[in-house]
Design a protein. Structure first.
Length: 230
């Protein structure tokens, strides 16, 4: 049952802080949702933040930054929490109700970067994971999931610097990025081996990965001071 709107106290300073936050616009750590009509989409955003660097999700804010607010915030909160039951493992977040006047409220979710990545959304027998890339939450590829998982516990990462690795370095000195598909095509490798090489190079900070819906983009990282084994 929804609580009366009067249960939430209007706080002018809190609203001013909210407005300043909204003025930043959506980005890698900030997402707006007008309402929770499709709660699983909201959970995907929350999973993406947890799997990346954390972030804030505001429900009751339009894509254009307009503070529309919610008439029944408790109802919106309930359907989101129900949808979160499909998330494994469970997420750590802080929920804050921010009254903005005219019997309207914004719900702010602060999602913390997880120490138990990756998180998944259960969809029947299938499960999907998501990560944040710029202002989008993107379905994580097998490679991204592996990197997210192993990056939490990595120490010194060793890899064999052979002809394929040398090719990658030369290719990326002349091109801004390469995809797994392109790497397989150019080197004639099986997917498993090509994937393994790229994952290791990302974990070793030789390459960086930018998740992309049409295929992750691999480019040279700034830090290439990595121990290698020959």
């Amino acid at each position: 049952m929804n609580k009366p709107q009067e249960a939430y106290t209007f706080n002018a300073r809190q609203v001013q802080d909210l407005k300043r936050l909204v003025l930043q616009g959506e980005g890698s750590s900030l997402e707006f949702k007008r309402k929770a009509a499709y709660p699983e989409k909201i959970v995907r955003e929350m999973i993406a933040f947890a799997n990346t660097k954390g972030g804030i999700l505001l429900v009751g804010v339009g894509d254009d930054g307009s503070l529309a607010g919610l008439k029944y915030p408790e109802g919106e909160s309930y359907v989101i929490r129900e949808a979160l039951k499909k998330c494994r493992p469970s997420l750590s977040f802080k929920e804050t109700f921010i009254p903005i006047g005219n019997s309207r409220t914004i719900i702010q979710y602060e999602i913390f970067e997880s120490t138990n990545k990756p998180h998944y959304l259960l969809n029947g027998e299938a499960k999907e994971s998501f990560v944040r890339s710029n202002d989008q939450s993107i379905k994580a590829s097998r490679e991204v999931r592996e990197i997210v998982k192993r990056a939490q516990h990595k120490k010194d990462v060793r890899f064999h610097y052979g002809e394929h690795e040398q090719f990658l370095m030369q290719y990326l000195e002349e091109n801004p990025f390469i995809t797994l598909k392109k790497f397989i095509e150019l080197r004639g490798l099986k997917r498993f081996y090509a994937s393994k090489k790229l994952v290791l190079l990302v974990l070793a900070d030789v390459l960086k990965i930018t998740p992309h819906e049409r295929g992750d983009l691999y480019s040279l990282a700034f830090n290439t001071n990595t121990r290698t084994s020959r």
